[in-house]
Design a protein around this ligand. Structure first.
Ligand code: AMP
Ligand code: MG
Length: 422
């Protein structure tokens, strides 16, 4: 049984990211929201594009206003009004000023802004009652970014701020990574579809939905391959189909030590290398991680990519399947997607409101509510049983508290590491 952090690193090392060139697509900027930049962006524009004023006031020559005070004001002649979008026509000479508004272009000759609160205007004359700092409230051309430098790196997820920068840099189209395709397969002869009548002994295939939601929320494209009974032939055909169409495969069920758990043996028969069979995590111990070397399969023209494919054989238990996805699949998916490192999940330190228990033999993940209260994170356990079969009380939770390997309890009031989920 591999410790969790070793499993995490091993898995990340197995993942080969999509290729920014081959696996890139060019999208209109509006369609690129949430996607990952596939190439670095450089702009030929300076930011700000020109020297401009940060305030409403008057553009002056510092030498003219040096020594101004309430008792010793200076009066200047206003030679021009500079509203937004206007190109100044005049050079400010000694004894002159220009009326200027926030964001407007600095006129030549002027080097300082006097804010309007420190002035009094009468017609085309303005009296100044305080000495500003030299160069006050002038935003210099190129102060934020100089043309030709790297503006945004590849591997960045495009959220509102990044979209704003790209729009400002007039990138109407951007090259982003395509969404990785993740095949999802449910194994188990007991499973029925969401809309089928439930016979005695049957269970609805909720994993298909859970994993599809998780994959889509991570920005990848779920390919739903349905349910396969615990029959080696059928399972083999489904797994073959999955590895042919996807960049990553998630199957659930059939990886434990039961009589009908065939996934590992079929993976081996199909030529996969099995790297992990069990991880010291609770819930989620029976976790299979395998890779297919698809370069060997180069003849198969239908393959979506020639890179190694990572196959996750997740435990069938709905809670175990989700916990192992949050802990191991999401980081792998981040790397596969082209996101820049780090890919590891970010834990937060929280104060536990309850006593958290573990058998100490595995790293235990206990679900509950993570809240920020007065600047400090608090973790409150879910009400009800911590059974990996209890999917019901997982709903509405927002974090997984971790009781480390070798520890049996975390006392109420003590600090605990929590993995935010959802
Ligand atoms: P397994 O890992 O195949 O032994 O499955 C463990 C438990 O999870 C069993 O009780 C299964 O019925 C249940 N299970 C397996 N696959 C699914 C699924 N797709 N949706 C909901 N429950 C499942
Ligand atoms: Mg099963």
């Amino acid at each position: 049984m591999l410790p969790v952090n070793q499993a995490e690193q091993l898995i990340l090392n197995l993942v080969q990211p999509l290729d920014g060139g081959q696996d890139g697509e060019t999208l209109n900027l509006l369609d690129a929201s949430g996607r990952i930049l596939a190439e670095p962006i450089t702009s030929s524009l300076d930011f700000p594009h020109w020297d401009n004023s940060a305030m409403d006031g008057y553009a002056v020559r510092y030498a003219d206003v040096q020594g101004c005070a309430a008792e010793t004001p200076v009066t200047l002649t206003i030679v021009e009004e500079i509203p937004a979008g206007y190109q100044p026509q005049k050079t400010i000479q000694p004894g002159q000023a220009a009326r200027i508004l926030t964001g407007s272009v600095m006129p030549s000759g002027a080097d300082t802004i006097v804010i309007q609160e420190e002035t009094q205007r009468e017609g085309d004359r303005v009296t100044i009652f305080a000495t500003p700092q030299p160069h006050a409230f002038v935003r210099d051309r190129g102060a934020y970014y100089q043309a030709g430098n790297p503006l945004l790196p590849a591997g960045l997820r495009l959220q509102a701020a990044e979209i704003a920068v790209l729009a400002a840099a007039q990138c109407a189209q951007v090259k982003v990574y395509r969404r990785p395709k993740v095949a999802i397969l449910s194994t188990g002869s007991e499973l029925v579809a969401i809309d089928q009548p439930l016979q005695p002994g049957q269970i609805v295939d909720s994993n298909q939905y859970a994993l599809a939601a998780l994959v889509a929320q991570a920005g990848a494209e779920p390919l739903l391959l349905g349910r396969v009974p615990d029959q080696p032939k059928a399972l083999r055909a489904s797994i073959q189909q999955a590895i042919a169409v996807a960049d990553m495969v998630l199957s659930s069920g059939g990886v434990s030590v039961g009589d009908y758990d065939y996934v590992d043996q079929i993976l081996a028969a199909l030529g996969a290398t099995i790297h992990i069979r069990a991880v010291a995590i609770k819930p989620g111990k029976p976790l299979t991680v395998a890779t297919f070397d698809r370069a060997k399969d180069i003849e198969n023209k239908t393959l979506s990519s020639k890179k190694d494919l990572v196959y996750f054989g997740l435990p069938g238990n709905p809670v175990s399947a989700l916990v192992t996805c949050w802990r191991f699949v999401l980081p792998a998916l981040r790397k596969l997607s082209g996101l820049a490192a780090p890919w590891e999940p970010e834990f937060v330190s929280a104060r536990s409101l309850n006593m958290l228990k573990s058998d100490g033999k595995r790293e235990s993940y206990l679900w509950g509510k993570l809240r920020l209260v007065n600047g400090e994170y608090e973790f409150e356990s879910a009400i009800g049983s911590y059974s990996s079969g209890n999917l019901i009380n997982l709903a509405g939770t927002s974090g997984l508290a971790v009781v480390p390997l070798g520890e049996t309890q975390i006392l109420a009031g003590d600090r605990v590491q929590v993995l935010p989920i959802g």
